[in-house]
Design a protein around this ligand. Structure first.
Ligand code: GDP
Length: 417
């Protein structure tokens, strides 16, 4: 995105040394106070077949019982036939910082015999949230804009140990341009370490093969080494192999931990040697929640908004507009076609006029010729008449005819008698 503010060449920046404390070093604290007062909004979506531990993981992540324990449906119960969208909201607070958390669940996803269109209601839901945000932005009064956009989508992959399924690929392909995708291997305690490692490789290969963009923690040039190392370590764990549990269990060495107890030992949720839960929480909450929100606003929403406005015929840059908008292209083609037709018509008109002119001048010429002939004939007749008149007068006055004239006259008279 080109900036509207003219960029100053770097050479123009003059570094000045301050003579004493001015106070703008306190700006970050001002921002901090303000955002603490305002609180934060975050919306996470969880997608995956039922029973993969979605509700358990959400509870584990935010260390609260956002989801009440589920009652399994009796087999006879009427099961929904389509993917539903349900959202649960909660205000949580930690050290005085308030977070309004919304979790959007998608029960039914992948649970049917035919799951071809399972992604559809989810895309529609994400887009309708963008729609609502755009509508709020366009209001006259937009001081209170509620951000209901989905900032992250945790996609739960079944721990099969094979590779991604068609439904996984289809879902990610349809969603990766609309939401920050965070793939998760569910119930990782059901796989061995080696299986997890192989499974991750295959999943990443599939994701790369299908050009799917998953959320990556951004790194900036001016960041310190520690932050860069942390980002790298988080990135190396994707897709996060996680274990969820809202139970506290006793370890053999006498500690009390969140985990799952098995006859052979305890799987600890918060132990990085046991699973990637800690790294996932870092990605989603502790380190990159703000980045997730920013990427949603600056990239995902912005792209969607541009496309939406262009499709509504709002042009920003005409060259881009034509490239993207088929209606504009058609319109331009029509104008070109019409111009071509008009040119052809003008040419035909010109040829026609030329032909008419030629005919006209020809006609005029023959008219003149006719007129001249007519005049000639008239003159000749006139001459003949005056000669005859002359003759008549001479006969009447008894003057003799010229010999040659008399002979013809006699001859005529002789023949007649
Ligand atoms: P959801 O339908 O995806 O929301 O799944 P639930 O969170 O309701 O979990 C379904 C079942 O899986 C419950 O019995 C959980 O105790 C269990 N479960 C949840 N997380 C894990 C996990 O990480 N590992 C194992 N082995 N089981 C889990």
């Amino acid at each position: 995105q080109p900036s509207l503010v003219p960029q100053q060449p770097a050479s123009n920046i003059i570094r000045k040394k301050l003579m004493g404390y001015v106070g703008f070093a306190n700006l970050p604290n001002q921002v901090h106070r303000k955002s603490v007062r305002k609180g934060f909004q975050f919306t996470a979506m969880v997608v995956g077949e039922s029973g993969l531990g979605k509700s358990t993981l959400v509870n584990t992540l935010f260390n609260t019982t956002l989801y009440p324990p589920k009652e399994p449906l009796p087999p006879s119960a009427e099961r929904p036939k389509t993917v539903a969208i349900e959202s649960i909201g909660a205000d949580i607070e930690e050290n005085g910082v308030r977070l309004h958390l919304t979790v959007v669940d998608t029960p039914g996803f992948g649970d049917f015999v035919n799951n071809d269109d399972s992604w559809k209601p989810i895309v529609e839901n994400i887009e309708s949230r963008f729609d609502s945000y755009l509508e709020q932005e366009n209001r006259v009064n937009r001081t209170k804009v509620l951000d209901n956009r989905v900032h992250a989508c945790l996609y739960f992959i079944q721990p099969t140990g094979h590779s991604l399924k068609q439904i996984d690929i289809e879902f990610m392909r349809r969603l990766h341009t609309k939401v920050n995708l965070i793939p998760i291997i569910a119930k990782a305690d059901t796989l061995t370490d080696e299986e997890v490692a192989d499974f991750k490789q295959r999943i990443l290969a599939d994701i790369a093969h299908h050009n799917i963009h998953i959320f990556q923690a951004p790194t900036y040039d001016n960041e310190d080494e520690e932050t860069l190392a942390e980002a790298e370590e988080i990135a190396s764990k994707i897709p996060f192999a996680v274990v969820g549990s809202d139970r506290i269990v006793d370890t053999p060495d006498g500690r009390q931990v969140r985990g799952r107890a098995y006859p052979w030992g305890v799987v600890e949720v918060d132990n990085e040697d046991h699973c990637d839960f800690v790294k996932l929480r870092q990605m989603l909450v502790r380190t990159y929640m703000e980045e997730l929100r920013e990427y949603t606003n600056d990239v995902l929403y912005e792209n969607w908004r541009t496309e939406k406005l262009l499709s509504m015929g709002v042009a920003q840059d005409s060259s881009v507009f034509k490239e993207i908008n088929p209606a504009a292209r058609l319109q331009e083609e029509r104008i070109l076609h019409e111009a071509k037709l008009a040119k052809m018509e003008a040419e035909m008109k010109m040829v026609f006029q030329q032909k008419v002119q030629e005919k006209e001048s020809k006609l005029k010429q023959s008219e003149e010729e006719l007129y001249a002939r007519h005049k000639e004939m008239k003159d000749a007749l006139e001459k003949q008449r005056s000669e005859l008149e002359d003759k008549k007068r001479r006969i009447e006055t008894g003057r003799p005819l010229t010999p040659e004239k008399a002979s013809t006259g006699r001859k005529k008279g002789f023949l007649r008698t």
